[in-house]
Each structure stands twice: as C-alpha cells, then as structure tokens.
Design a protein around this ligand. Sequence first.
Ligand code: AP5
Length: 209
Amino acid sequence: MNRIILLGPPGAGKGTQAKLLSQELGIPHLSTGEMLRAAAAQGTELGRRAEAFMSQGKLVPDELVLGILRARLESSDTRRGFILDGYPRNVAQAESLVEITPIDHVLYFEIPEGVLVERLSQRRNCPTCGTVYNLVTQPPKVPGRCDRDGTPLVQRSDDTEEAVRTRLRVYREVTLPLLDQYRRQGRLRTVSASGSVDEVAARVRAALA
Ligand code: AP5
C-alpha cells in the first residue's frame, strides 16, 4: 500500500511533490500545515490558537495537530493510502502516529539551506484554490494572479524572513532527530530535492518503486 510520509525542511518542495503524487497515485495529500491554515481562515477556535504559533514559525502544540490529523485519517478516501506532508515533526508525533496507522514509505527531501530561503521568499499562494507558485521557478501566467481562477496571489504569513529563520531552527532542533529514528529503523529513503520539479518528481517515483 502507499501510506507515505514526506519529511524535509520548509521549502524543500514537499507540498509541490505531494500534489503531483496525489494525482498520479489517486490518493489524498494530507498536509497538516494546510489543515491548520484552513482552520485559521475559517476562524475556528483551533484555527485561532494554531495561527498564533504558525505566524511566528513555531510548531503548533502536538495535541491540536494530532486531533485534526486523526479526524482526517478516519475519512474513507485514505483507505487506499495517503501522502502525509508535515507530520510527524518531532519524536512524540512519530510515536502518536504509530498508534493510528502503519506507514509504508518514509522519504526525506534533502536540500541545501540556501536554496530553501530563496524558494520560500519567492513563493506565492492562491487563497482560493491553494495553488502554489514561485515567482522565479513557477510564475503565474499573469503576474500576481492565479492561473486557475484569477484570484490575487498572497504571501504566507510565515514566509517572512524572521519566521523562516525560526522555522529552519525548529526544523534543525526538533524535526531532524526524527530522521535518525527512521534511519535506524532502516525505513528512510533520501531523495535529493535540488533541481527542477520534474527532476525531483522522477527521483520520488524511483524511491517509491
Ligand atoms: P507546513 O505548511 O507544513 O510548512 P513547511 O513544512 O514549513 O513546508 P512548506 O509548505 O513551507 O514547504 P514545502 O516543502 O511544502 O515546499 P513547497 O512545495 O511549497 O507548516 C506550516 C506551519 O504549520 C508550521 O511552521 C507549524 O507552525 C504548523 N504545523 C504544520 N504541521 C505541524 C505539525 N505536524 N506539528 C506542529 N505544527 C505544525 O515549495 C516551496 C517553494 O519552492 C514554492 O514556491 C514552489 O513553487 C517552489 N518549488 C518547489 N519545488 C521546486 C523545485 N524543484 N525547483 C524550484 N522551485 C521549487
């Protein structure tokens, strides 16, 4: 089965590859970041609490994220597999996940830090349909507008220089140790996330074969 975890630093291209893979394999893309941003946009209690952490680049408390993920994993569309993007992010989350579902593949997107900062500073999102652009590598056809619905593109509130610095620090301190855990279990496959979207997609497919 294809129950897949994508691990990697902010801006490595996990979301971009997860969307492609989701279409190709016909399984849902479960991004905890997108779930939390949707809750924040709806103004729910959980969303308001999460937004305070997210805008600073800090991790949202484990119990809030686990609750939202557990509910999503109970949907019937995850029965044939799923792509988990952004979870787990620390050792405690990995332990909680073991109790909810088995995992078949763990892919780690490896990329130099300088490339991440460049990608994140140029990222723009469509607030209506969620399409992600990059002003340099994947620009919209009409500047500033979504190709699909014409909505003005926005920059994520955690793509500011300060929040990106915090996200990278949090990643190094609490998410990187997870890699060792999966490596020790012999489950981690490393994919180079440098190069074009198509090049990375080909490596992802090879790693899952
Ligand atoms: P989340 O939404 O998960 O953000 P992230 O992990 O920081 O990852 P990003 O979405 O920034 O990057 P990505 O790797 O998906 O890159 P993308 O494909 O967009 O989390 C956000 C926040 O939510 C967290 O900080 C935390 O507060 C909270 N949160 C989420 N999950 C949590 C959890 N489990 N526990 C606690 N808190 C949690 O690509 C980036 C850019 O590069 C785009 O512009 C794209 O077009 C471009 N690009 C992609 N691939 C390429 C390529 N190959 N070549 C050139 N450009 C490329």
